[in-house]
Design a protein around this ligand. Structure first.
Ligand SMILES: *Cc1c(COP(=O)(O)O)cnc(C)c1O
Length: 201
C-alpha cells in the first residue's frame, strides 16, 4: 500500500497510472479532500490515529481502517457503517514499539473488545509500528510479537473466519524485516514518493 500523506493528487496520479490502487493517509481531512478529486476506484486506507468524531466523514467510502485502538472507536465505526449500509473492514492496531508515543492496544484490551458483537465492522487483522531505530534485531523482535498476537487471535477468535488474514507491518525503513517476519501488507511512503518535509508521527 502506498502512503501518500503530504503528497498532492498529481503525485498520486503518477502511481495510479502505473496501476497502483491502494493508497493510505493518516489524516481524515486530507483523505476526504483527495478522495473527492481522485478516481473512484482507488482503495483508501486510513492509517493514522482516528478520532471518534471524524469517523462519519470517511465511513461512506473508506476501504480499510488500520488504526482501531479502542472499543469506543470500533463502536463508532460500527454505528457510522450501519448508517451507510456498509460493513467496514478494520485492523486492530497494537502497541509493539518501545516508544510510548505510538498508539495501540495490548492483548487483554483487544480480547475485551473482541467479546462485543458489532455487525457492521469486520476485523480483518492486525497493524503495528516498530520502534524508529537502526537496531534491526529490536525491530524484528517487535514484528515477531505482532505475529504472535495475530496467531493467537486467529486461533482463539477467528478460527472459522477466512477474512482474518491481514498483517499490516513494515514501512520504508523496515519493510524487509517485516516481510521476513510474516507481513502481508507493507505501508510504504518515502520509498515511493521521496522524503516528506515533516517527520512521521
Ligand atoms: C507515514 C506512515 C507510514 C509510511 O512511512 P514511510 O517511512 O514514509 O514509508 C507507514 N505507516 C504509518 C502508520 C505512517 O504514519
Amino acid at each position: 500500500m502506498a502512503v501518500s500523506k503530504t503528497h498532492p493528487p498529481d503525485r498520486i496520479m503518477e502511481l495510479y497510472k502505473e496501476g497502483q490502487r491502494d493508497f493510505g493517509e493518516n489524516k481524515v481531512q486530507e483523505l476526504t479532500s483527495k478522495y473527492e478529486v481522485l478516481p473512484k476506484d482507488i482503495r483508501w486506507h486510513l492509517i493514522g490515529h482516528l478520532q471518534r468524531n471524524k469517523v462519519k466523514y470517511i465511513a461512506p467510502f473508506v476501504h480499510l481502517i488500520h488504526s482501531v485502538d479502542s472499543l469506543e472507536l470500533l463502536q463508532e465505526i460500527d454505528k457510522q457503517a450501519a448508517k451507510c449500509g456498509r460493513v467496514i473492514d478494520v485492523l486492530l492496531q497494537f502497541h509493539i514499539a518501545a516508544e510510548t508515543t505510538k498508539f495501540g492496544l495490548d492483548l487483554p484490551e483487544a480480547e475485551a473488545l473482541l467479546a462485543h458483537n458489532l455487525p457492521n465492522v469486520r476485523i480483518r487483522g492486525v497493524m503495528g509500528m516498530a520502534t524508529f531505530t537502526d537496531d534491526m534485531d529490536q525491530v524484528r523482535r517487535e514484528f515477531d510479537t505482532l505475529m504472535g498476537i495475530f496467531t493467537h487471535l486467529k486461533s482463539r477468535w477467528f478460527r472459522e473466519s477466512a477474512w482474518f488474514d491481514i498483517r499490516s507491518m513494515g514501512m520504508s525503513g523496515d519493510w524487509p524485516v517485516a516481510v521476513a517476519a510474516g507481513s502481508n501488507m507493507v505501508r510504504i511512503g518515502s520509498l515511493l514518493f521521496g522524503e516528506r518535509n515533516y517527520p512521521v508521527e
